[in-house]
Each structure stands twice: as structure tokens, then as C-alpha cells.
Write a protein that binds this ligand. Structure first.
Ligand code: ASC
Length: 151
């Protein structure tokens, strides 16, 4: 029992020290993963945008649901932009992502902060609160895209 427990501990310690590369069975999976996350995030962010811009009726519950999806997804794609995944095609990722990982990480964290505020704003059930929080999140998306994504 003691041996089993210490083996399990060793396995867990090893797993947690593995590089992010180990999260994906093959490099192509990292590409598919980050693009899929970005796609779903953009779908839900788009729904919020439609409400914020008056193109769709404001639905407070739907806004919270989408904001929560966006906030959750804002934590996911970044390990799939690790150095092991720099030469995958087709991709709009600029090479700077892989050479300026600290600056990229800063941008990722700004998005996470903005989306947390977006969730809080959506939860007030006020379109007037949703609008500026949507705008701030869009700016965080754009700041990163301007620096790190090809058109
Ligand atoms: C979206 C989407 C993006 C961002 C960006 C915000 O809905 O697909 O890439 O918002 O346009 O500036």
C-alpha cells in the first residue's frame, strides 16, 4: 500500500512537471484545440456583441451564459501556443507568440481580467453595464490580435 501510494505520488509529480506539450497526443491536436476554443469563444462573444450593439434583443440570462463561456474559454488556449507548436499550418499565429511568450502571457491575462469583469457586468442584468464590459473585452481581444495574429 505504501509503495502504491508513493508510486502514485511519483506519477502525479512527474505529470505536473511535464511540459505543456504532453497535454496533446500530437502537435496537430494543439492546433485544432486552440482554433476550436477561439471559434467557440468568438461565437459566444458575438452573441454578446449583438446584444451590446442592439442587433439582438437583450436577454439577461443568455448574456450571463455566454459571458461565462467566454470567461472559461479565456483560460484554455494558451498552452497550445507553446514553443512546441510554432510551425503548425494553417495558422494565423505570428512567430512573435513563440519568441515573446512573456508579452503574449500578459495579453492573455488581460483578456482573463476583462472577461471576469464581463461576467460580473452580465450578472447585474443591465444592458447599460454589459455594453462597456463588452467593449473592454473586445479591446483585450484586439490588442492581442494586433500584435500576435496575422490577418
Ligand atoms: C469577436 C471576434 C474577435 C473579437 C475582436 C474584438 O467577436 O471574433 O476576434 O471579437 O474582433 O476586437
Amino acid at each position: 500500500m505504501k509503495v502504491v501510494a508513493s508510486l502514485a505520488f511519483a506519477a502525479a509529480a512527474l505529470a505536473s512537471s511535464l511540459p505543456a506539450a504532453a497535454q496533446f497526443a500530437k502537435p496537430e491536436d494543439a492546433l485544432k484545440y486552440r482554433q476550436s476554443v477561439m471559434f467557440v469563444m468568438s461565437q459566444h462573444f458575438g452573441r454578446l456583441g449583438s446584444m451590446a450593439n442592439g442587433k439582438a434583443p437583450y436577454d439577461a440570462k443568455a448574456a450571463v451564459d455566454s459571458a461565462e463561456v467566454v470567461a472559461t474559454l479565456s483560460h484554455l488556449p494558451w498552452p497550445a501556443f507553446g514553443p512546441a507548436y510554432k510551425d503548425l499550418e494553417p495558422s494565423k499565429a505570428k512567430p512573435e507568440i513563440f519568441t515573446e511568450q512573456a508579452r503574449f502571457k500578459e495579453r492573455n491575462e488581460k483578456l482573463q481580467e476583462a472577461t471576469a469583469t464581463l461576467v460580473a457586468a452580465a450578472k447585474t442584468s443591465s444592458l447599460d453595464n454589459l455594453k462597456p464590459a463588452f467593449g473592454d473585452t473586445a479591446k483585450a481581444c484586439k490588442a492581442c490580435h494586433d500584435d500576435f495574429r496575422n490577418q
